[in-house]
Design a protein around this ligand. Structure first.
Ligand code: SAM
Length: 449
């Protein structure tokens, strides 16, 4: 792979950069890795080698066709390159002993970091996964729905809108849009789009994004900044710009030497972590954490009348495992369940941002029954007593293609289609045939042999 000379010469001064080894690594293929969903543990990939800095991450020997694995669709794992999984190690230290946090993943689509964060937070915490680009927000929504946590909500807003939530978040993750040099091994076409001008434009945009969202971080709160770019203009320089513009303290993370991650100090005393593909088993990545020292007054919810609908709770409560949710109408067509203690957050958030997914969508009442939403089938909060059918791989793939599964003698009514114990979606059996309620946009479009 022929890499831009300008970048190579810029990296000469960067700690840990070894041009010969770096170039050689770019002639090798990227390792394949996935991160398991601990809330949907069905013993997959148990014998595989673990990613050293993430207990749920494993390397695979080859890249299977994930689309043809029903467990992937059920949210049993997420395909993610290994360096990014370092966020688990970083958050591990930051989250210790803390509960009930408000966390923002500002640039969240398609959901790699958000699904990782969701697995680390306690149930009382709330994760807001935001993606400004609407089409990408729908992919994020799908992936978060697959992951199955009721306390992960999706918004689709400009960072400036989130910045209006003064002092609200304990942790903000900015996995910034960048020039993408760290992912060239996975996507060599990105090389054609790389230019110095683009690096500069990305650096300026990163500063703008940080400026916009900064007011919403609490005093003492933590900002995690990451890119998949090697360029110092998007990494160390952005950290130094942040340290110049605001009152921040660097946060250091303990590393094991054999991981091959390079800790770098910036001119203004910030600390960042660089991932070079010749040193780690993963792709190019940069990550840093800083603490906000400045005062930031926190928002308080105004007095509000609960939207909890007891009648709906009576009708739809059977869908859920626990009884700690409120049942509220989130749009014309659906009611949602959210943890009682998160209702004030909805009041605060909806004043500033567009809520795309709030809690768990339950569906709506019809004349004689409850019409369940797709999300319930994938939720880790769904009642285990709901009727289900166990589909083998072939049947599950037919369901995921929205075809007739060909299972005879099903009892009439709503059933969750499960594969290896994990829900994929709903069917309504009419006795001799069944209707498939998998949303059209979730359908597998690939030809299956
Ligand atoms: N965090 C994601 C993950 O782990 O799957 C990857 C995020 S990707 C590096 C950066 C994201 O920022 C993209 O989804 C992109 O659409 C979004 N983005 C682009 N321009 C933006 C802007 N001006 N402000 C905020 N986000 C932006």
């Amino acid at each position: 792979m022929l890499l831009p000379e300008i970048l190579l010469s810029e990296l000469q001064g960067v700690k840990g950069f070894n041009e010969t080894a770096f170039l050689a690594a770019h002639d090798q293929s990227a390792p394949v890795s996935v991160r398991l969903n601990p809330a949907k543990d069905i013993g997959l990939f148990a014998a595989k080698e673990k990613v050293a800095w993430c207990g749920n991450g494993v390397y695979l020997n080859e890249r299977p066709v994930f689309t043809l694995d029903p467990s992937y669709h059920a949210g049993a794992y997420y395909v993610q390159e290994a360096s990014s999984m370092f966020l688990a190690h970083m958050l591990g230290g930051i989250l210790t002993g803390k509960e009930g946090l408000r966390v923002l993943d500002l640039c969240a689509a398609p959901g790699g970091k958000s699904t990782l964060i969701a697995s680390l937070l306690d149930r009382e915490s709330l994760l807001i996964s935001n993606e400004v680009i609407r089409t990408r927000a729908s992919i994020l929504d799908e992936n978060m729905t697959r992951w199955g946590h009721m306390n992960t909500w999706v918004t689709s807003n400009d960072p400036r809108d989130l910045g209006r939530l003064h002092g609200y978040f304990d942790i903000i993750i900015v996995d910034a849009p960048c020039s993408g040099s760290g992912l060239w091994r996975k996507d060599p076409r990105a090389l054609d789009e790389w230019s110095e001008a683009n690096v500069q434009m990305c650096g300026e945009r990163q500063q703008r994004i940080l400026t916009d969202v900064w007011p919403s971080l609490k005093q003492g709160g933590v900002l995690i900044y990451a890119t998949c770019s090697y360029s110092p203009q998007e990494d160390e320089d952005v950290l130094d710009w942040l340290a110049g513009a605001y009152d921040v303290a660097p946060l250091s993370i303990t590393l094991e030497e054999e991981w091959g991650i390079v800790a770098v100090s910036t001119a203004k005393g910030m600390t960042g972590y660089r991932f070079f593909p010749d040193k780690v088993r993963g792709e190019g990545f940069f990550i840093a954490a800083v603490q906000k020292n400045e005062e930031a007054e926190g928002l308080r919810p105004e007095r509000f009348k609960t939207g909890h609908d007891k009648k709906i709770q009576q009708q739809a409560g059977y869908l859920l495992r626990d009884g700690d949710a409120v049942f509220i109408q989130t749009d014309k067509e659906s009611y949602s369940a959210l943890l009682r203690q998160h209702e004030p957050d909805l009041q605060i958030l909806k004043r500033a941002v567009y809520m795309r997914k709030t809690g768990l969508k339950l569906g709506m009442p019809a004349a004689k029954e409850w019409l369940p939403e797709h999300e319930v089938a994938l939720s880790i909060d769904a009642s285990q007593a709901l009727p289900f059918i166990d589909a083998d791989r072939e049947q599950a793939l037919k369901f995921l293609k929205r075809e007739e599964m060909g299972i005879a003698g099903l009892p009439k009514g709503w059933q969750i289609v499960k594969h290896k114990g994990l829900g994929l979606g709903w069917i309504k059996s009419l006795g001799n045939r069944s209707n498939n309620y998998l949303p059209k946009q979730w359908r597998i479009r690939m030809e299956i042999e």
